[in-house]
Design a protein around this ligand. Structure first.
Ligand SMILES: Nc1ncnc2c1ncn2[C@@H]1O[C@H](COP(=O)(O)OP(=O)(O)O)[C@@H](O)[C@H]1O
Ligand SMILES: [Mg+2]
Length: 365
């Protein structure tokens, strides 16, 4: 499934109110109280949407999600991320522009019905929406609404619970509220997976979890993606986006600020900082180490690649620093280098652990 946003603008303000604002602004412009927007003055039309005075949660957003892709979505609070994810699955409709699913307009009721359940949205803090008396019933809610037989629903519930690493026999008949916060979130995930979505849209899926649960969830999301499910993941954590996403969309004040691979997006570190974002920790550390004279040629570093490239250089320098090691012995060992030591110490272990099979164990250690 391919989802394409074409010039999508969205306003939460209702159209009647919007029209009143527009008229008031026109009157004030004509009276010379406010200036004509540049784009109106130059081109006779606004740069996006059709109402330069409107309050817009999203302005002229264009991008696509390719089949099976992992797309990261970043941006400051209020930049429009949650609005965008609700437009992806048709919960909200564009005020202007079009959301196309495999080339067909999602605003068309028939298209929306055909893709129902195929684009699964996991809200922020999804555990707040658990409602059924048992875990199994909660997960069964979606598939039952699809009109499946009892057997088919039961199979889907078991499979969905297993895919979030919960044992259906152990938790199925429990109340969701007897479970831990992390387990409740898994149940909420399972409810969406039971619809067998082709696209999974996750709005800050690891917010509020402890570090171990966060790592387990990221592992789970990576697993789902490796099964062929396309993922859209909203996150504030640049390390997580850098290691998981194939492309990243950065929003700023409702507009697309950057769109590209992690290497392309994080090459714009200064610009990202100007809109309240940052680059991954390992990347920041690599930049500082480079300034200290280390040879770090990759465009984008995570902790694993940084360790790989750094280790031989560190051991060379340490050997050289041993007594009697010749002329190079005067080279300071990097650990003692004031400018390098502090960022190294501040990079929390586990902040950007690679998604290797043993990363959970590393997180627990
Ligand atoms: N239900 C709503 N009603 C009115 N305005 C909203 C609503 N939800 C979000 N907004 C506004 O839309 C803009 C984008 O919000 P949102 O999509 O929630 O951003 P983010 O998820 O990036 O923090 C913000 O200015 C926010 O105040
Ligand atoms: Mg949000």
């Amino acid at each position: 499934m391919r989802i394409a946003f074409e010039g999508v603008s969205f306003s939460y303000v209702d159209p009647v109110h919007q029209e009143k604002r527009r008229k008031r602004a026109r009157r004030r412009r004509e009276a010379g109280v406010i200036e004509q927007p540049t784009s109106l003055a130059e081109h006779g039309r606004p740069a996006w949407g059709s109402d330069p005075e409107g309050t817009w949660a999203l302005c002229d957003v264009t991008f696509s999600l390719e089949p099976g892709e992992f797309l990261g979505l970043a941006g400051h609070t209020g930049s429009g991320k949650s609005t965008l994810v609700q437009l992806i699955n048709g919960l909200l409709r564009p005020t202007f522009g079009t959301v196309l699913v495999d080339g067909r307009d999602l605003a068309d009721g028939k298209v929306a019905a055909a893709v129902r359940g195929k684009i699964g949205l996991v809200f922020q803090y999804p555990e707040n929406q658990l409602f059924a008396p048992t875990v199994a019933e909660d997960v069964a809610f979606g598939p039952r609404n699809l009109g499946l037989s009892d057997d088919a629903v039961a199979t889907r519930v078991r499979e969905a619970l297993r895919s979030v690493h919960l044992d259906p026999d152990e938790v199925g008949e429990k109340s969701p509220f007897e479970l831990s916060g992390g387990q409740q979130r898994r149940v909420a995930f399972a409810g969406v997976l039971a619809m067998e979505p082709e696209v999974l849209v996750l709005d800050e899926p690891i917010a509020g979890l402890d570090p171990v649960a966060k790592e387990e969830f990221l592992q789970l999301i990576a697993e789902l993606h490796s099964r062929g499910i396309a993922i859209v993941m909203v996150s504030h954590n640049m390390d997580d986006l850098a290691r998981l996403a194939e492309r990243i969309v950065v929003l700023n004040n409702g507009r697309v600020f950057a769109l590209g691979t992690p290497v392309e997006v994080f090459a714009r570190g200064d610009e990202l900082r100007s809109v309240g974002l940052d680059v991954p920790q390992a990347q920041k550390l690599a930049c500082e180490l480079r300034e200290c004279g280390f040879d770090l040629p990759r465009a984008l570093y995570d902790t694993a690649t940084l360790a790989t490239d750094l280790a031989p250089q560190l051991s060379r320098r340490t050997k050289n620093a041993l007594p009697g090691a010749g002329a190079d012995a005067a080279l300071p060992a990097p650990a003692g280098h004031a400018a390098c030591a502090s960022p190294a110490a501040s990079a929390a272990p586990g902040d950007a652990t690679p998604l290797a099979a043993d990363s959970k164990e590393a997180g627990r250690a």
